[in-house]
Structure formats: C-alpha cells, structure tokens
Design a protein around this ligand. Sequence first.
Ligand code: PGA
Length: 254
Amino acid sequence: MRKKIVAGNWKMNCTLPEGKKLASEVIHMVEDRVQNDAQVILIPPFIHLTGIYSLIGSVSNIYLGAQNCHQEREGAFTGEVSASMLVSAGASYVILGHSERREYFGETDELLAEKVKFVLDNNLTPIFCCGEKLETREAGDHENLVGQQVATALFELSEDEIKNVVIAYEPVWAIGTGKTASAEQAQEMHAFIRKQIAAKYSQEVAESISILYGGSVKPENAKEIFDQPDVDGGLIGGASLKSKDFVDIVKAFD
Ligand code: PGA
C-alpha cells in the first residue's frame, strides 16, 4: 500500500516563536482529531528544524522535512546545508526541485538528479517536485515536460532507490495563485507519471510510489483531489501556515 502524505511547506515564513506555535497547534490537533493513518510532514525553514523537531518528539505519524539540500557532502559552500546536517537535525524528508528553486535559483533536472541520489544515499526521503508553467499547459505540452523532468531527475536511480522517492506534481500556475488544478487534471497527470515509471521500471514499482498534488490545496478542495485514485496526498504551501486549515486538509483522508 502506498503511503498517504500531507506535507506542509512553510517556505520562507515564520519566526521561531511563530513556527513553534504553529507546529504545537498542528501536533495537538493531529493527535486529538485525525482518524486516518496519513503521514504529516512539517517543513519549516532550515533554522527552525531542531526547534520544531524537539516539539514533534515521538508523536507517531508526524515527521520533519527540509526545503532543500546541497548535493555535496561538506565543504566550502557558504550558506548551504548538507544532507547529513538535515538528518542530524531530525529531518526524514527533503523537498527537491520546488518550482521556486527552479525559477529563482536556477536548479535544473540534471542538478536535481545529483541531489536526489545524494539524499537517498544519506537516508533522507526526497520529495521531488515537478510541474509545468501555464504556457506549457496551454500549448498542450505539459505531459512531455513533466515526463522529461521525471526521467532526467529520477530514471538513473535503481529500482530500490526510486521506491524511496516521493513525487509531488505541482503545476506552477496553481502555486500560490488560488487556482487549483481540477481533480481530473491532477488525476490525469498523476496517472501519466505512474505510467512512465511503470514503463521504465515495473508496475509494482510504479504502484509503490506516493505521488502528491501541490498547488492551492485548501480544506475545501482537498477531499475531492485526494479521492483521485493516483493522488496520494498533498504538498501544501499557504494553507500549511494556518494550523486549522492544515489539519482540516489532513482530515480529508478520514
Ligand atoms: P500553495 O503552495 O499551496 O501555496 O499553492 C504549494 C507549494 O508551493 O508547495
């Protein structure tokens, strides 16, 4: 069975006190009110990782993630953070290739292939993001583009390695815009990605990989999207900054 996952990407938001308050509220509500077995991942800025980890403690089903990671083990890379540092701070997951990293920091699929391999070697689970811009969708080229992103960044991995990757499909035109892909558009792309994986590896591998949808997921639309057969959860930006909204999204699996 594939893991169901709801991950909250805080991006560059929250001071430490604000982040601790938000995390405490989420942890409390998840413990008290969530009936399902979805994994909840809190993904704060690097500097808050240890602080938030100490709040999560041993609460089952809540994990810590980071928003990025460097592709080298260590060294003279001022301002960067390594995979082993993330693990030592309590992280189990790391987002790689978020569209904001691609757009503002020039990350390419070739670089992401290196990062994905490296974090897997360091026992972190990558949440690999892919997704097309509006003009690509309007040109009808979205499957080609996403297929290429996935193939370039992931298809050098072995079967055992790719089974440990989580994929997040995030159409760029839906991120932070309030425009959500329809449940049908999400399902169509998720099924396409799974088909590509089945063709390259096997049906069994494809069936084992969780594929999350991201882009303006809210309590009001989460259930319809998560109900799609190839959607295994969500990567949540804006709505993860409000504890009740975020937990209501997790409850969409109840
Ligand atoms: P959003 O962001 O939920 O604010 O659209 C999603 C994301 O960037 O992961």
